[in-house]
Design a protein around this ligand. Structure first.
Ligand SMILES: [Zn+2]
Length: 308
């Protein structure tokens, strides 16, 4: 067909639409662009009168998970358990999930991620500014939890008070640690301390969960009869550390204590059917746990907490 007044560009476009036309690269209508992998940046739900927002402050792939999560495990067992759970054994994905809780009277941030830029961006994605944070709670003092406290030499959260475990703070005060000296020590006069069972504020209670670090703590949230536990680094993999709580984890400072604490706290969550958020679990890091064999089974939350 001969078309009068057609430009060369239009002719090319027309040709590209024909089944046997030669391929032409860079044509806008040839298909949508690739956008790259993406995940949601936050997950918010109601817990009684609280609003709980899990923030994805970072994620990364790590190599050789056997050398992190299965120190005392026969490699064949590690492979068998992983394959049964549809997991590769050559690498694993880590997530970093601080949680912000609005109690109605206070905005409380639990842990601060790897750095100030990361936590600030994660808060912004969820609709919060760092100046709005009233209280920062630190579950323990590893770098991926305290990294966002300071922006260079200025506190990231200008209006915040800080709460952490007394045992944890004492330990790091006595141990040489770059991250502690940079991020926590400058805030010392704004920190108040809790022990097991101590209250951060109404409905937020510390739960001793030592082993990962000497004073590692989880926090139980409770509002209008609804409960949720922030377990922090009590168990860092949803299969390897839940199904096999005794598998030794490289980052647990006291491996026997960490295993005993996993059994105790996960047992309590299973018995009481309380949901939890795990700091390094696959985002949104929210689920339940049930007993299974000699260990536990992770049950990811679906819509249970969307109906509050
Ligand atoms: Zn951690």
């Amino acid at each position: 067909m001969k078309t009068p007044f057609i430009s060369r560009r239009h002719a090319l476009l027309a040709a590209a639409a024909l089944p046997f036309a030669p391929a032409i690269t860079g044509m806008a209508h040839a298909g949508a662009e690739m956008k790259g992998a993406a995940t949601p940046q936050f997950n918010r739900f109601k817990l009684g009168g609280f609003e709980v927002t899990a923030l994805l402050a970072g994620t990364r792939t790590v190599e050789k998970p056997t050398e992190i999560f299965g120190l005392n495990v026969d490699p064949a067992d590690f492979t068998a358990v992983s394959e049964a759970a549809f997991l590769p054994t050559d690498k694993a994905q880590f997530f970093f999930t601080p949680t912000v809780v609005n109690t109605g009277s206070e905005l409380v941030l639990f842990d601060t991620g790897l750095n100030a830029a990361g936590i600030t961006a994660a808060l912004a994605a969820a609709g919060y500014t760092r100046d709005q944070i009233d209280t920062v709670v630190l579950t323990h003092m590893h770098g991926d939890h305290i990294g966002g406290l300071m922006t260079e030499t200025t506190p990231t959260f200008a209006n915040a008070r800080y709460v952490t475990g007394a045992v944890e703070h004492n330990h790091w005060m006595g141990a040489a640690n770059e991250g502690f000296d940079k991020n926590v020590r400058p805030l010392n006069d704004k920190i108040s301390f809790v022990d097991d069972g101590g209250a951060v504020s109404g409905g937020i209670t510390a739960v001793a969960a030592a082993g990962h670090t000497p004073g590692h703590m989880g926090y139980m949230l409770e509002s209008d009869g609804a409960q949720l536990m922030l377990i922090a680094d009590l168990a860092n993999h949803y299969v390897w550390s839940l199904a096999h709580p005794d598998w030794e984890v490289r980052f647990d400072m006291d491996k026997a204590a960490a295993a005993a604490t996993r059994r105790k706290v996960l047992g309590m969550l299973a018995a009481d059917r309380v949901p939890f958020i795990g700091y390094h679990m696959p985002f949104p890091a929210l689920g339940y746990v049930e007993t299974r064999g000699d260990g536990f089974q992770y049950v990811p939350a679906s819509y249970q907490l969307m109906m509050g």
